[in-house]
Design a protein around this ligand. Structure first.
Ligand code: NI
Ligand code: MN
Length: 229
């Protein structure tokens, strides 16, 4: 069984045997970061969208480790131009890799990166990620709003769903609860909350609602916590 290690905000590491994958590695500048970028040795880095709190340290980790960055075409091309190994996908597309399979799913959000000079880089459309890894199916929702086609994504048979609950920029607790109903995962884990004051939420209260109103189990992970799934 694979293990999820929550790194804070939307960042996480998936571990199975000797293979480690990173998703949305925002660590530098993340007040909840549970790891330093230089400690990580991923095989691949998966990116939901280009916002700075998701792209994060992806480029420096990719350059140092040679990890392949898997992201939408615009993000992948932009990172490749800066020296990263990449594999571009786009929404609706999936690809088999030696360690598993990744599919980009729709998400309602933005995908612009702002560089250190304040320059805007619009980098395609935001996505969610379906990751088949270690015999399990994980869904990382990215920063999406609630939308009805989450029910279609749920038909993949999701073992673990990572859902934002922070509100303001993403789904809040009420909509994330509806998302669990549409996705019908075995386990739900809340992400993208408490990193900043604007997205402060009571994750344990949300977990109680999930377990009362859906058939999913819900685990609240502190940054650094791990969960076998
Ligand atoms: Ni975002
Ligand atoms: Mn975000």
């Amino acid at each position: 069984m694979p293990t999820l290690r929550y790194l804070g905000h939307a960042a996480c590491e998936l571990i199975h045997g000797d293979t480690r994958l990173l998703i949305d590695p925002f660590l530098t500048g993340n007040p909840l970061a549970a790891a330093r970028p230089e400690e990580l040795h991923p095989r691949a880095i998966l990116i939901t969208h280009a916002h700075n709190d998701h792209l994060g340290d992806a480029l420096s980790i990719a350059r140092r480790t040679g990890a392949t960055v898997i992201a939408n075409f615009e993000i992948a091309t932009w990172l490749q131009q800066q020296g990263a190994a990449v594999h571009p996908l786009h929404i609706g597309g999936a690809r088999e890799f030696p360690w598993g399979r990744v599919k980009l799913t729709p998400a309602w959000h933005g995908s612009t990166y702002i560089d250190e000079r304040g320059q805007f880089h619009p980098l395609g459309n935001p996505a969610g990620l379906l990751v088949q890894f270690g015999g399990r199916c994980l869904y990382h929702a990215g920063d999406t709003a609630l939308f009805g086609d989450l029910a279609l994504i749920g038909r993949h048979g999701i073992d673990l769903a990572l859902l934002p609950i922070g509100d303001n920029f993403t789904m809040g607790p009420d909509d994330a609860l509806e998302a669990v109903k549409l996705l019908a995962p075995s386990v739900a884990v809340p992400i993208h909350y408490n990193t900043f004051d604007l997205i402060r939420q009571d994750a344990h209260a949300w977990a109680r609602r999930v377990e009362a109103e859906t058939s999913a189990r819900c685990h609240v992970l502190a940054p650094g916590d791990t969960l076998e799934y």
